[in-house]
Design a protein around this ligand. Structure first.
Ligand code: PLP
Length: 396
């Protein structure tokens, strides 16, 4: 090989590529920047005249491919033209969305049984910026109307349905229609359902966020999130905020999501059927009080869930009648199920909210939200339901 450059330079420079055909699987573009063919092209890309990549915080082929796919899934079957931005975590999807849509003096109307991190984000971070959360019962339509009609500073309604850990549901369609008529933005955390079970954009919601860490990836090997929207008036704002605060997802995590999401349809079907069977077994067990699963006709929101969800998902919780003592004994007896503070993985995960996710929540508030000392939350996996039930039954 006759090289005109020195050996040291040969070490440093990118060598000519060996790609002769299109890769069948999405490659990981582990590059911080992208070369321009010419200065003119660089200028065109920077000014948005030509689409293309320049710097991976602004966009990266692996990350953008996965973001577009997830956005398409959320808007599937609608005429909407969705966009998606993958972020470094579910929390960064929520914070980036809030910073893109709200400003000092604005208020967010939301529920008291949000994901714990989101409640803390609202209380500790957004309040510091002069954005105030108002926590109410989102099932109470009169209360929602009273707040919106008496306080023009409320610029967004933010919800989670079904909500952890009692699977309480909120009427998405009613809320979206009402908020739209009052020019109030709406956003929903759709982590528990994924777009295969619930499609809030089709019901009129403006923005969907996910912790892709959970069901969308499904394999518990990456932390990431996504913001999905369709309103053109916010597209650029969100992208601009994301790139400036640097809450972008990295290509490796995006690639893991891409692997996981390929089996989403199969997984959600199995999560749901396993959870339904488990819920029915639990409901007829003598040591169990309430079982919270949207697929049970005994769940107070069963009809609402049925009207806005295609299936009931893999999340449930149940109450051990013997309270704290019984719950701790049960947790320590489990052998097959894992004790892990996450959800949505392919294997079954069990959590005791009173001593983990809700440890720092006052007992009164906790109990008002249905989280008693004996409550156990299960993220039902896709293993054989016999193995899951045998373990839980021996634990009881
Ligand atoms: C886990 C979770 C989040 C936060 O997501 P991270 O990826 O951990 O940042 C937000 N909302 C819900 C419903 C979650 O379960």
């Amino acid at each position: 090989m006759k090289e005109k450059i020195s050996f040291e330079s040969l070490c440093v420079k990118e060598y000519q590529r060996n790609e002769s055909t299109k890769p069948h699987q999405l490659p990981i573009y582990a590059t911080s920047s992208f070369e321009f063919e010419s200065l003119d092209q660089g200028i065109d890309i920077f000014t948005g005249k030509e689409t293309g990549h320049s710097y991976s915080r602004y966009g990266n082929p692996t990350v953008d491919t996965v973001a577009s796919k997830l956005a398409k899934m959320e808007a599937f079957g609608t005429d909407l033209e969705p966009y998606g931005f993958l972020t470094s975590s579910g929390m960064s999807a929520i914070s980036t969305l809030m910073l893109s849509t709200l400003k000092q003096g604005d208020k967010v109307l939301t529920q008291s049984n949000l994901y714990g991190g989101t409640t803390e984000l609202f209380n500790k971070v957004l309040t510091q910026l002069g954005i105030e959360p108002i926590f109410i019962n989102m099932k109470d339509h009169d209360a929602i109307q009273q707040h919106i009609e008496s306080d023009t500073a409320i610029k967004m309604i933010y919800i989670e349905t079904p909500a952890n850990p009692t699977m309480a549901c909120i009427d998405i369609k009613w809320l979206a229609e009402y908020a739209n008529s009052k020019n109030v933005l709406t956003a929903i955390d759709n982590t528990f359902c994924t777009p295969i079970i619930q499609q809030p954009l089709s019901l009129g919601i403006d923005f969907v966020v996910h912790s892709t860490t959970k069901y969308i990836n499904g394999h518990g090997n990456s932390i990431a999130g996504i913001i999905i929207g369709h309103r053109t008036d916010y597209h650029k704002k969100i992208w601009s905020t994301l790139k400036l605060i640097g809450s972008n997802c990295n290509p490796w995590d995006a690639w893991l999501i891409n692997n996981g999401v390929k089996t989403l349809a199969l997984r959600m079907e199995r999560h749901s059927s396993n959870a339904q069977t488990l819920a029915e077994h639990l409901e007829s067990h003598s040591k169990i009080g309430t079982v919270n699963y949207n697929g049970l006709t005994s769940h107070p929101d069963h009809q609402l869930a049925k009207s806005q969800m295609n299936n009931f998902g893999g999340m449930l919780s149940f109450e051990i009648k013997t309270g704290m003592e019984g719950a701790l004994k049960f947790m320590n007896k489990l052998k097959f199920c894992s004790l892990a503070p996450t959800l949505g993985d392919v294997d079954t995960l069990v959590l005791h909210p009173a001593t983990s996710s809700h440890l720092n929540v006052d007992r009164e508030i906790r109990e008002a939200n249905g989280i008693s000392d004996g409550l156990i939350r299960v993220s039902v996996g896709i293993e054989s339901i016999e193995d899951i039930w045998n373990d839980i039954e021996q634990g009881l």
